[in-house]
Design a protein around this ligand. Structure first.
Ligand code: PLP
Length: 429
């Protein structure tokens, strides 16, 4: 496999960008080697600067549920671009997308658009603090909610492999207001609420955890979180930046039947352009300026290009039975992977929900951060390298989700399983 051009570009990038990248996990730190530089993407494929082609199961870490460069999204964005890139004044597209989101996720009666998931979460928690007049936030070890200061504590994702329990530069005072519970362990939540209940503004959770690898909520877990937050008067915040329009058209909350007070979105709602959104009950969201006093603003928020990419993506997702198709395709893949694991005797399990999955190199499915961290990252590294050699790009970290898109074909799945047979064998050496 030729890598010369990508290697040169990486060396050059390192002069100007820390680690040569603009987001840490892209540097392949935990799987070794150097990242490939992409020239273009189309459908389920990425094409790199050395002429290699990859079947892509990272899909830009979640936004590309339709695959790369979906013709309808690209056309809509091109047309919108001709009318101006940003206005800094209201445009109808903001209301159109908000109406579509509210129809899909009825708990989001009112919302605000921002430009990233990080911003959405940070702002949602500011509103929760203002609404409750309390300061503390409870999160779960291994859940990632973006890189804002207060949330960079036991945050999974890129931090899981960097080995940073939190980050230098985060004032202890901020981290002190962040309480950490164990995912799927309702006892750990009850304990924190009985000790700090009157100070807890919000409990934030990924309703299906996807930033420590895919970890499913146990039956009743989310219902228990709803009950406890109601009891203590704290707001329940679902971070659906990954699961929104992914777990189902109405997100994880529609699939699992638990409605939060506030929801944060990102990734798919921007259709590949930078968008985040936070929203919930009208009486909470009306606290946001200018209707209320909680300040939050953004130069490019609600810009017509990002709104258009989101609107067009959601339109495609409303046609036919995309979630049924995604599920079927992912089932063939995960059943095939599990079969290979069984026949080859690999100490691994596949954890999946809808079009999200993770191959964990551990004997049992993870239920929380500690059990996720027991996975054998050296085996994952060998698996990853062999998959990449065979032209299949899975996440360059054990603790991330694989994403299947509507552009993935049966042929992609067959080729992936062929590659996986060799890669699993390589992982055992
Ligand atoms: C990706 C992600 C974020 C952060 O979104 P950015 O757009 O990267 O800032 C927040 N929460 C979850 C659950 C995510 O997966």
């Amino acid at each position: 496999m030729k890598t010369q051009r990508s290697d040169e570009l990486f060396e050059e990038a390192k002069h100007y960008l820390p680690g040569g990248v603009d987001s840490p996990v892209r540097a392949f730190g935990s799987v070794g080697g150097k990242p490939f530089f992409v020239r273009r993407g189309s459908g389920s494929k990425l094409f790199d600067e050395d002429g290699n082609t990859y079947i892509d199961y990272v899909c830009s870490w979640g936004p590309l549920i339709l695959g790369h460069a979906h013709p309808r999204v690209v056309k809509a964005v091109q047309r919108a671009a001709e009318n101006g890139l940003t206005f800094g004044t209201p445009c109808e597209l903001e209301t159109v997308l908000a109406r579509m989101i509210s129809a899909a996720i009825p708990s989001m009666e009112m919302m605000r658009f921002v430009s990233s998931g990080t911003e959405a979460v940070m702002s949602a928690l500011r509103v929760a603090r203002a609404f409750t007049g309390r300061n503390k936030v409870l999160k779960f070890a291994g859940c990632y909610h973006g890189h804002s200061d207060a949330l960079l504590v036991k945050a999974g994702s890129g931090l899981a492999t960097l080995g940073l329990p939190s980050s230098p530069g985060v004032p202890t005072a901020w981290a002190n207001d962040t309480l950490i519970a164990r995912y799927n362990d309702i006892g750990s939540v009850e304990q924190l609420f009985s000790a700090h209940g009157k100070d807890i503004a919000a409990l934030i959770v990924e309703p299906v955890a996807a930033n420590m690898g895919v970890v499913l909520p146990k039956t009743g877990f989310l219902e228990d979180l709803r009950r406890i937050t109601d009891t203590y008067g704290a707001l329940l915040v679902f971070d659906e930046v990954i699961t929104g329009f992914r777990a189902s058209y109405g997100g994880a909350q529609a699939l699992l039947g638990v409605a939060p007070d506030l929801t944060t979105l990102g990734k798919i709602v921007g259709g590949g352009l930078p968008v985040g959104a936070y929203g919930g009950k009208r009486k909470v969201m009306e606290l946001v300026a200018p209707s209320g006093a909680v300040y939050q603003a953004g130069t490019l928020s609600g810009n017509p290009l990002a709104m258009t990419a989101g609107i067009e993506t959601l339109k495609v997702l409303r046609e036919g039975d995309p979630y049924g198709r995604l599920q079927k395709m992912t089932d063939v893949l995960t059943v095939g992977l599990s079969h290979l694991i069984g026949t080859l005797g690999v100490p691994a399990v596949v954890s999946s929900l809808g079009s999200l999955f993770t191959v964990f190199f551990s004997p049992e499915a993870a239920t929380d951060y500690d059990s996720a961290l027991m996975a054998d990252t050296d085996k994952y590294r060998k698996f990853f390298r062999a998959m990449l050699e065979a032209g299949v790009y899975v996440p360059p970290s054990q603790f991330e989700a694989c994403f299947v898109s509507l552009a993935h074909t049966e042929e992609d799945v067959d080729r992936t399983l062929e590659a996986a047979q060799r890669a699993f064998s390589a992982s055992l050496k």
